[in-house]
Write a protein that binds this ligand. Structure first.
Ligand SMILES: [Ca+2]
Ligand SMILES: [Ca+2]
Length: 266
């Protein structure tokens, strides 16, 4: 502000009764005022333009702010939903895993039980195998012992002819004088005459070697008289159920294979 302006302000405040013409004439106030009015208008226009610019900038910033805010809100609004969805999926997955684990545990228990049963069965089979192997070895030993000692005729014949066959082949009808030999003959599964008869004296059973039987292995109901025929000679009938019940007396005139024993007179 210049001195003239300051004086004008002082004049406006103190000398309110001075007329405009007097002021125009004495101080040139009108020219200064026109000049200042023009400046004020330009300033107002500038201020208005500035205001418009500011308004435009502010509006743009507001729009940008709102846009970014909405984007942020949308992004952060979506996060909880995604998080809930992920959590639900995690829960379902956990349930599935627990179910699978339970199923696997049950399968493991069943496999363990089966394994135990299989192991027991394996042990039992191994035990049975050992028993059978021992039995086979025993039978093989028996057969080796009898091999060449016990033999059979190829054809059936009466008791006397059967004995003759045995004697002509280096032996006689077999003598069974103990349980062990009875079992061994039964294992051979071959029926036939043996060297026992009461032909010389009824009821007095003797072996072909002249001895009398100590162990007797008559089948149930034997010896007997069948159809009123005297039965004086003995046939060995293999008995898989009871090897100690195999002797049957028959009529010596009937025909059977011969069970011979080389060692009888050797
Ligand atoms: Ca008799
Ligand atoms: Ca009989």
């Amino acid at each position: 502000m210049d001195d003239q302006g300051e004086g004008l302000v002082m004049d406006d405040g103190v000398c309110a009764n001075i007329t405009a013409s007097e002021l125009w004439r004495t101080t040139g106030y009108g020219r200064g005022r026109r000049k200042r009015t023009s400046c004020s208008r330009r300033a107002a226009v500038c201020l208005g333009l500035l205001a418009l610019v500011l308004l435009s900038v502010t509006t743009g910033l507001c729009i940008k702010y709102r846009t970014e805010r909405d984007q942020i809100l949308n992004r952060y609004t979506g996060l909880p939903e995604n998080a809930i969805g992920n959590y639900s999926r995690m829960e379902r997955l956990e349930v599935q895993l627990e179910t699978s684990y339970t199923s696997m545990a049950e399968k493991k228990d069943r496999l363990k039980a089966n394994c135990t049963a299989t192991a027991e069965e394996r042990d039992q089979l191994a035990s049975d195998k050992r028993t059978l192997e021992a039995k086979v070895t025993q039978l093989e030993n028996q057969l080796k012992r009898l091999d060449g000692q016990i033999f059979h005729s190829a054809t059936k014949d009466v008791w006397r002819e059967s004995r003759k066959y045995c004697r002509e082949n280096g032996g006689d009808l077999v003598v069974i004088n103990n349980r062990k030999k009875q079992f061994e003959i039964n294992e051979m599964s071959q029926n036939g005459w043996i060297g026992l008869s009461d032909e010389s004296e009824e009821g007095k059973w003797r072996w072909v070697d002249g001895t009398t039987p100590t162990d007797k292995f008559w089948d149930r109901g034997q010896p007997d008289i069948w159809d009123e025929v005297d039965e004086d000679c003995v046939v060995f009938h293999t008995n898989v159920n009871n090897p100690l019940l195999t002797w049957h007396d028959h009529a010596c005139s009937t025909k059977h294979l011969a069970i011979c024993e080389k060692s009888a007179f050797q």
